[in-house]
Design a protein around this ligand. Structure first.
Ligand SMILES: NC(=O)c1ccc[n+]([C@@H]2O[C@H](COP(=O)([O-])OP(=O)(O)OC[C@H]3O[C@@H](n4cnc5c(N)ncnc54)[C@H](OP(=O)(O)O)[C@@H]3O)[C@@H](O)[C@H]2O)c1
Length: 241
């Protein structure tokens, strides 16, 4: 019998997989994974919903599937999607590097897609039991911390995400009092996303996904449902908005 359900979206991410590996060991926990990649973890207590893409209709279909399959209240949701680079997108170093399509793609993945999920999941996370809603942001999305510039699309998308999450927390304070909103900075973590930018990172500052996942689970466990959005890093320290 399941006592809680936990949902991980963007489950192919290195950090998401590490989270899933640790969470699937928790007793009485139904783990639900969403990704464009099939079969992330081959365990009996893990339900995987594969999405073709993250369009509004794919998200609605996935939420319908989750609603039918879920057997216990959601105690936490992790939205891990993030786009920094791909075959056509490289983080901008200067104004001349900016392209409308990169700005749109990065903004869509990093800021708008998490919002579509939150909108559709609201009925599923609004219940008497507390639910921790964790969305992966990044310190470079902090406006007050921006001293280096560059990475226009990625920085702007994470700043936009943070503003959207702050708004969500204000609305949830009225209508979903048991939801805690966390905007999470994992620190530089070894993954596909950080791979091209790791060479100047000292070994002690490049984390494994397992380490970050462990830290995050501890933070989520201790987080109080206080009606506020928290922007926090892997150490549990506040990041300036
Ligand atoms: N690694 C770091 O150093 C670092 C630092 C600061 C913040 N972060 C943030 O932490 C989160 C996880 O990062 P990671 O390093 O674990 O990344 P990763 O291993 O490269 O995983 C990429 C993630 O982004 C999703 N994704 C990629 N392209 C997408 C697209 N076009 N549309 C929608 N989703 C897309 C993937 O979803 P599917 O499962 O569907 O493929 C997957 O969840 C991201 O939000 C990232 O911005 C990472």
């Amino acid at each position: 019998m399941f006592l809680q359900s936990i949902l991980i979206i963007g489950a192919s991410s290195a950090i998401a997989k590490a989270l899933a590996n640790q969470l699937q060991q928790q007793p009485h926990t139904q783990l639900i994974l969403v990704s464009r990649t099939e079969q992330i973890l081959p365990f009996d207590n893990v339900l995987q919903t594969t999405v073709m893409d993250y369009t509004q209709s794919s998200i609605e279909n996935a939420v319908d599937t989750i609603q039918e399959a879920i057997e216990a209240p959601l105690s936490s949701v992790y939205i891990c999607n993030g786009l920094l680079h791909n075959n056509t997108i490289t983080p901008e170093k200067r104004l001349e590097d900016i392209s409308l399509s990169s700005l749109q793609d990065v903004m869509l993945t990093n800021a708008f897609t998490p919002m579509l999920w939150i909108q559709k999941l609201t009925p599923l996370i609004t219940h008497k039991a507390p639910c921790k809603l964790v969305v992966f942001s990044a310190r470079v999305g902090s406006i007050s911390d921006n001293r280096l510039g560059g990475w226009y699309s990625y920085r702007a998308s994470k700043a936009a995400l943070n503003m959207l999450l702050k708004n969500v927390s204000i609305e949830f304070k009225r209508r979903a009092k048991n939801v805690k909103v966390i905007s999470f900075h994992p620190g530089t973590t070894d993954s596909q996303l950080s791979k091209p930018f790791q060479k100047n990172v000292p070994a002690s500052k490049l984390f494994t996904a397992d380490f970050v996942a462990q830290k995050l689970l501890d933070i989520v466990d201790k987080a109080e449902v206080d009606g506020e959005a928290s922007f926090i890093d892997w150490q549990g320290n506040k990041v300036e908005w």
